[in-house]
Design a protein around this ligand. Structure first.
Ligand code: NAD
Ligand code: IPM
Ligand code: MN
Length: 365
């Protein structure tokens, strides 16, 4: 197998966690005899500093030409002046739009070893295993914006086509899991949410084997903490999905653990942890790389169709979560590199990757 990946380290801890995931991908390639070529490109604050543009043309073109894109994180205090003309986050949003990656899959499982890291009681965390499908290229993020000296607006706009395609992804995903979809909206107030809900009801007719329920986003925020094991696939609009997934990360024990895959039609996709540039710990070598490594596993699965390799990486991540070493955010004192090396050691020991081992491991998303 031959593939070209665009690697976008970005800002803050982005380069630290991306380097760890790249090392894991190199180990996977070595073991499987695959030729995966990876080249780094500028994005975010680093790109603003170098070129003035958070998404330089060279980066955009390399990403469009690549089989998939792996990204660390963008942003940080240096570029966060609310009156700044240009922001790192615009680079990421521009890239998501350019790649057309409208469906952002954010799987979450709670590992029993980390249940004590969550602020929730252990019994509430048993069996938690859901995927949030977040619409990623529409809504208030991409609507018209205005700003005068004393007022501002962000237009939230959704078309039926935009809603349908992400809902279909969610239903298709549910077919491979528990056959339940929870569609989250604010249909009691927002017109876009009423369009979302009636579209969801119509799309559900195409999937009679999948059960659809609706939940208002405010009560969903509460239910995620009180009954998280009830959910299978949760599908929602861009802004709601952003907020609910950071909330959900508290269930898993750390934001640093959560991966994501952003998928569209006709491109291999964009893979990134859900966390940001973590300015408070950047440069110290202590960031948890497991969310980015798990994102690389999703890349192997969705973009490169290397299912066995994806599962082997996920199994190695699980092994490290189970036995350590752990970074500070989950209660250990290991550095990013030690965790990276442990994942690679488990991969190379070959205990994982054998059919017997894989049979016991479920794909996560
Ligand atoms: P953040 O996700 O960067 O950090 C929130 C908290 O989680 C911090 O305490 C941080 O130390 C911790 N954390 C995050 N990732 C971790 C990891 N891998 N290991 C250990 N701890 C980790 O959120 P924030 O502080 O609100 O945002 C900082 C910047 O990141 C902002 O500029 C924001 O726009 C940007 N951001 C970027 C992305 C992205 O690039 N996809 C995502 C979210 C936020
Ligand atoms: C995320 C981030 C981004 C978002 C920001 C950095 C634009 O919070 O990937 O979750 O809001 O989508
Ligand atoms: Mn976010």
């Amino acid at each position: 197998m031959q593939a070209t990946l665009a690697i976008l380290p970005g800002d803050g801890v982005g380069p630290e966690v991306t380097a760890a995931a790249v090392a894991v991908l190199e180990a996977v390639a070595r073991r499987g005899g695959h030729k995966i070529s990876m080249a780094e490109h500028l994005i975010g604050g680093a790109a603003i500093d170098a070129t003035g543009d958070p998404l330089p043309t060279a980066t955009r073109e390399a990403c469009l030409a690549a089989d998939a894109v792996l990204l660390g994180a963008v942003g940080g205090p240096k570029w966060s002046d609310p009156d700044a003309r240009v922001r790192p986050e615009q680079g990421l949003l521009g890239l998501r739009a350019a790649l057309g990656v409208y469906a952002n899959l954010r799987p979450l499982r709670v590992h029993p070893r980390l249940a004590s890291r969550s602020p929730l009681k252990d019994e509430r965390l048993k069996g938690v295993d859901f995927v949030v499908v977040r619409e990623l290229t529409g809504g208030a993020y991409f609507g018209a914006k205005t700003r005068t000296h004393d007022a501002a607006t962000d237009e939230c706009r959704y078309s039926v086509r935009e809603i349908e395609r992400v809902l279909r992804r969610a239903f298709e995903l549910a077919r491979t899991r528990g056959r339940r979809v929870t569609s989250v909206d604010k249909a009691n107030v927002l017109e876009t949410s009423r369009l979302w809900r009636s579209t969801a009801i119509r799309v559900a007719n195409e999937f009679p084997d999948v059960r659809l329920e609706h939940q208002l986003v405010d009560s969903m925020a509460m239910l995620l903490l009180t009954q998280p094991s009830r959910y299978d696939v949760i599908v929602t609009e861009n802004l709601f999905g952003d907020i609910l997934t950071d909330e959900a990360a508290a269930l898993a024990g750390s934001l640093g653990l959560l991966p994501s895959a952003s998928l569209g039609d006709g491109h291999g996709g964009l893979y990134e942890p859900i966390h940001g540039s973590a300015p408070d710990i950047a440069g110290q070598g202590v960031a948890n790389p497991l969310g980015t490594i798990a994102s690389a596993a999703m890349l192997l699965r969705h973009a490169l169709k290397l299912e066995d390799e994806a599962r082997a990486v996920e199994a190695a991540v699980e092994h490290v979560v189970e036995h350590g070493p752990w970074t500070r955010d989950i209660g250990g004192d290991a550095g990013t590199d030690a965790v990276r090396d442990a994942v690679i050691d488990v991969l190379e020991l070959g205990a994982v990757g054998t059919p017997a081992f894989l049979a016991g491991v479920r794909a996560c998303g």
